[in-house]
Every structure is written in structure tokens, then in C-alpha cells.
Design a protein around this ligand. Structure first.
Ligand code: DQA
Length: 159
């Protein structure tokens, strides 16, 4: 098998390790491990190496973002409830300076009003919500498109 073209970090935040036990109407029935295996196969189809990170600690999430630039070409973030209020994660993502897409399994804009705000939205290429696991496939494809179109040192787009 040829080497993957891009490395993408998929970063799950607070309470996402409880998938499978959370409300299936919003979050489906897959466990986090099962979801990650699906994302891994979406990534393989696209020639991407997916890496996975989960924590319930905001500090660890921020620190992971601090080190991200040297590790990967892009990131998919689902920070769970931190999405709606963690300006610390906003600032760490800004510092990380990697292309990022935000994904939420549920449609956060159509639920309680406090979920409508995303503090990372302005730093992301796209925010995908309410599409379940398919949202991650769309996010990987969006990042790949962005990385393919990135000008290289000679000013041409990469093939
Ligand atoms: C979530 C939406 C958040 O509002 C919630 O707190 C989560 C999961 C989602 O994937 O739909 O934990 O990010």
C-alpha cells in the first residue's frame, strides 16, 4: 500500500468517549472506538492517514493543539461542549495554525440556544453539523481539497 498523502488529526473532546451511551437521537449508536474505525476507513479511501486523540481534560486538549503543527497537515475538531464556550481552545487552535474543520454529530444550531455558538467556527474552513459519521467523511474530503489546492514553493498547486 502506498504511503498516505496527508496526516489528519481527529480531535474528540469532552464526553465524546460516552458515545454509545448518549442520546441516540442526537449522536447515533456507535461507540467512539467504532466511530474512529469508520473515520479511519473514510480516510484510507481518500489517501489520508487519520490520527485520533480524545480527552476529557481541556488542558490536555489545548496542549495537544500546541504541538499539532509539527505532527499533521490538518485537523478535524469535535470539542463537544467546549465548542460553545472555550476561548482557550479558540486561542490554541489559532496558535496551531493548521487547516481545520469542525464537526458535530448533531445539528448544534437546531438544538438548545446555548449550542448555537461555536467559538472555533471563525478559525475553521468549514463547520459540519447534524450529519452523523458522514460529517467526518465530508471534513476529510474538505481538508484534502484544501491541501491539494495549497500553492507549493514554486507557486503551483500540488498534484
Ligand atoms: C457535539 C455537540 C455538543 O453540543 C455536545 O456538547 C457534544 C457533542 C456533537 O458532536 O454533536 O458533546 O459536539
Amino acid at each position: 500500500m502506498s504511503a498516505a498523502e496527508y496526516r489528519i488529526e481527529v480531535m474528540h473532546g469532552v464526553n465524546l468517549d460516552m458515545l454509545g451511551r448518549r442520546d441516540p437521537v442526537h449522536y447515533g449508536t456507535l461507540t467512539l472506538d467504532e466511530l474512529e474505525r469508520r473515520i479511519e476507513s473514510f480516510a484510507t479511501e481518500l489517501g489520508i492517514e487519520a490520527r485520533f486523540f480524545h480527552t476529557n481534560s481541556e488542558t490536555e486538549y489545548v496542549e495537544r493543539l500546541h504541538g499539532l503543527r509539527d505532527l499533521v497537515d490538518g485537523a478535524i475538531l469535535n470539542p463537544g461542549a467546549w465548542t460553545h464556550y472555550s476561548w482557550a481552545i479558540h486561542d490554541a487552535l489559532d496558535l496551531a495554525a493548521v487547516p481545520a474543520v469542525e464537526v458535530h454529530l448533531s445539528d448544534v444550531k437546531a438544538r438548545e440556544p446555548w449550542r448555537a455558538l461555536s467559538v472555533i467556527e471563525d478559525l475553521c474552513l468549514e463547520s459540519i453539523r447534524g450529519k452523523g459519521e458522514e460529517g467526518y467523511r465530508l471534513a476529510l474530503a474538505r481538508l484534502k481539497q484544501h491541501l491539494d489546492e495549497r500553492p507549493n514553493v514554486t507557486g503551483e498547486t500540488e498534484q
